[in-house]
Design a protein around this ligand. Structure first.
Ligand SMILES: [Zn+2]
Length: 306
């Protein structure tokens, strides 16, 4: 698991559990998106399945990387939904004999996208877990997971990764100091985001384009702001991404303010006001992604507060 950046406390805890020999049948990894929860779940799986503590050098580790190892099953969303059939087939998968006499592991990404039927299916499995089965639920919205499930899992919470750690990692990947600094400043401790920004030209252009839009927009009145909302609100994926970027932008502003740097955009805003805006963005993100609230209204409501 040492190859995973940051999350030392979580890694140490998982290692300790394995050494104690009392491995729980289920985990809930929670924390914001793109901070490395899935990467650590896969590294932990290697740790449990490989004969050499997840060496990243053997056939088992290699087939886990290719997602073809028979004792590991990763379930991801399809069309914003975790299909119930996949959850139902888990029971059979977990009851099969382990290929190398170790564990049968199931990782469910974005577990909050399981409907109530799927969650009840998982609950049934958790009530009578197989001897060797381990289920790792991953989510950035733990509140959407049934309390009855949460009471049966080992909860592990994940935090942001330090800016310096991200910066050093990007330099290790071949970035220069300035670029690494810029990207780590804007990635709000999200290592996954930082790597995509670093490696994907299109994402990088969209990201810095949005930053430019925000900079222009905050100098404009209500009319121009609402025009902007009108031009984006129907594209759900795009809006989600813009809200994420806006949040990161404001977090950076907050840091600049804290360290009294001169080049921040919201010069006249108090720290408290910036903090309020960040909370408002988080609220909007939640309602936008998880409810049927009028999307245009939601965004208009947010944009006049900037
Ligand atoms: Zn290995």
């Amino acid at each position: 698991m040492n190859e995973i950046i940051g999350h030392k406390k979580q890694k140490d805890f998982l290692k300790k559990i394995v050494l104690s020999g009392k491995i729980p049948h289920a985990f809930l990894f929670s924390g914001e998106e793109n901070i490395g929860k899935t990467s650590l779940a896969i590294a932990f799986s290697k740790f449990l399945l490989c004969d050499n503590n997840g060496c990243n050098n053997c056939k088992i580790c290699a087939s886990i990387d290719k997602n073809i190892f028979p004792d590991l099953c990763i379930i991801s969303k399809e069309n914003n939904n975790i299909e119930i059939d996949k959850i139902r087939s888990l029971k059979d998968f977990l009851s099969l004999k382990s290929y190398n006499n170790k564990k049968k592991i199931a990782i469910i990404e974005e577990a909050h996208l399981m409907g109530i039927d799927s969650q009840n299916s998982i609950l049934k499995i958790l009530e009578e877990p197989g001897d060797n089965s381990v289920i790792i639920l991953i989510t950035s919205f733990p509140n959407m997971i049934l309390g009855t499930i949460k009471s049966r899992v080992q909860k592990i919470e994940f935090n942001h990764i330090g800016r310096k750690e991200i910066e050093d990692y990007l330099i290790l990947l071949g970035g220069d100091r300035k670029e690494a600094e810029e990207i780590s400043q804007f990635s709000s401790g999200k290592i996954g985001k930082a790597i995509t920004l670093f490696q994907n030209r299109e994402e990088k252009d969209f990201f810095f384009g949005t930053i430019r839009d925000i900079n222009l927009l905050i100098k404009e009145g209500v009319e121009k702001r609402f025009e902007y909302v009108k031009s984006i609100y129907e594209d759900k994926e795009k809006v989600s991404e813009i809200l994420n970027i806006l949040e990161r932008f404001m977090r950076r502003e907050m840091l600049l303010k804290l360290y009294r740097k001169e080049d921040n955009v919201f010069k006249n805003y108090t720290l408290l006001r910036i903090k309020d805006i960040i909370e408002e963005i988080q609220k909007t993100k939640y309602y936008f992604n998880n409810t049927n609230t009028n999307k245009k209204l939601l965004l208009e409501n947010l944009i006049i507060k900037l």
